[in-house]
Write a protein that binds this ligand. Structure first.
Ligand SMILES: Nc1ncnc2c1ncn2[C@@H]1O[C@H](COP(=O)(O)OP(=O)(O)OP(=O)(O)O)[C@@H](O)[C@H]1O
Ligand SMILES: [Mg+2]
Length: 349
């Protein structure tokens, strides 16, 4: 892959066919200066892809200016985009530079373009056609050199039919369309994202959750993720913060997820995991793609080994109903060594 997938501004994760197609389009479109329109459900990564397009272009050293057309009240959006002259309207005490001018020689990212009011759509059309803007209340037009990237989660073709979006503007914007598939259509990315966010939040929250059980991973992979990657990231944060264990299991998953996934897909795994010895679990985990491995901050080897040792001893005692001779045989120890360890570890039966 010829593009930078990771910078201080974004970190793009994914290996599914769906996301690789997107990366390929980013690679080919980034440096073209052509207008790109990103479509995809909420939380699929439209803004991240917009940043990747910018940072993989010649405009990289200049500004990436995002404007959320849906979040700014309509009456403010015009001056936000085009700026205004002093005295242009009541309250315009000073001349203000708009985002279009700020994005000069850089990239303007118009998010939720479907929410742009009709009156502004006409003005945007003029910028696209003539590379000129008029500040509100301004005299002469100002030349700008802006690369446009737009994004929408709604269907603009439908908005055109409904008379809410100008068809001529749509054709101007729809030069290079990039559709980002929802997460449920690229399930193979889920383990990668889960591991990425597990590591990330472990670090950020100072926790040391080292692993996630097969059953929990299976459930996360089967869930539909209506809020896509944003929802997954928020889930991982919650699980990392709330979990008191070193391993995330289905018990740590919220009801919303559990009730969405059919029981048949995960119940056998939970059963199998319940019957596993810690040794089996660790051995198996090591062979897994989602074995997290050594946490960033390291481990306390002595303490971890002791915990593991203790779990195995308790298990051996449980299996043998507390008969120390037999437990010692299961563990390959002399009886006296076992008794010493029990004393030292404060295990009472
Ligand atoms: N490929 C990816 N790898 C890692 N993280 C990602 C990826 N795509 C998106 N994210 C993360 O998911 C979250 C949502 O991404 P982003 O804001 O780009 O989505 P969006 O499509 O613009 O969503 P919305 O429509 O809600 O604005 C962010 O926290 C982002 O970092
Ligand atoms: Mg967004």
């Amino acid at each position: 892959m010829g593009i930078k997938l990771q910078t201080e501004f974004y970190n793009l994760i994914g290996q599914s066919d769906g996301i690789l197609k997107v990366f390929d389009l980013v690679e080919r479109a980034a440096d073209s200066d052509s207008t790109v329109i990103l479509t995809g459900e909420s939380g699929t990564g439209k803004e991240l892809i917009a940043r990747a397009l910018h940072h993989n272009s010649q405009r990289d050293s200049r500004g990436f200016i995002p404007v959320n057309c849906g979040a700014i009240p309509h009456e403010l959006l015009e001056s936000e985009l085009f700026g205004h002259e002093k005295g242009a309207f009541t309250g315009a005490m000073q001349t203000r530079i708009g985002r279009m001018e700020l994005a000069d020689n850089g990239t303007l990212f118009l998010d939720e373009i479907g929410d742009m009011p009709m009156t502004l759509q006409v003005k945007l059309l003029r910028v696209l056609a003539e590379s000129e803007i008029d500040r509100v209340g301004g005299g002469k037009p100002i030349k700008v050199n802006v690369r446009f990237i737009t994004a929408t989660h709604c269907n603009l073709e439908q908005a055109i039919k409904d008379g809410k979006f100008r068809e001529d503007l749509f054709y101007r914007l729809n030069v290079i369309p990039i559709a980002i598939p929802p997460l449920r259509e690229r399930k193979s990315d889920i383990p990668l994202l889960v591991n990425h966010y597990l590591k990330h939040f472990n670090q950020e929250k100072g926790k040391s959750i080292t692993n996630i059980s097969d059953a929990a991973m299976e459930i996360l992979c089967s869930y539909q993720w209506p809020g896509n990657i944003r929802e997954l990231a928020n889930f991982m944060e919650r699980m990392v913060v709330l979990s008191t264990d070193k391993i995330l299991t289905p018990r740590d998953l919220p009801d919303k997820v559990m009730s969405d996934v059919p029981k048949e897909t995960w119940e056998p795994l939970v059963q199998a995991e319940a019957n596993e010895t810690p040794a089996e679990f660790i051995r198996k985990s090591r062979n897994h793609a989602h074995y997290i491995g050594m946490p960033e901050e390291g481990v306390n080897l002595k303490q971890m080994v002791e915990e593991f040792e203790k779990e195995l001893i308790i298990e051996a005692l449980e299996k043998t109903n507390g008969v120390k001779n037999q437990a010692a045989i299961l563990l390959g120890l002399n009886r006296t060594t076992l008794v010493e360890k029990l004393k030292k570890m404060n295990i009472q039966r």
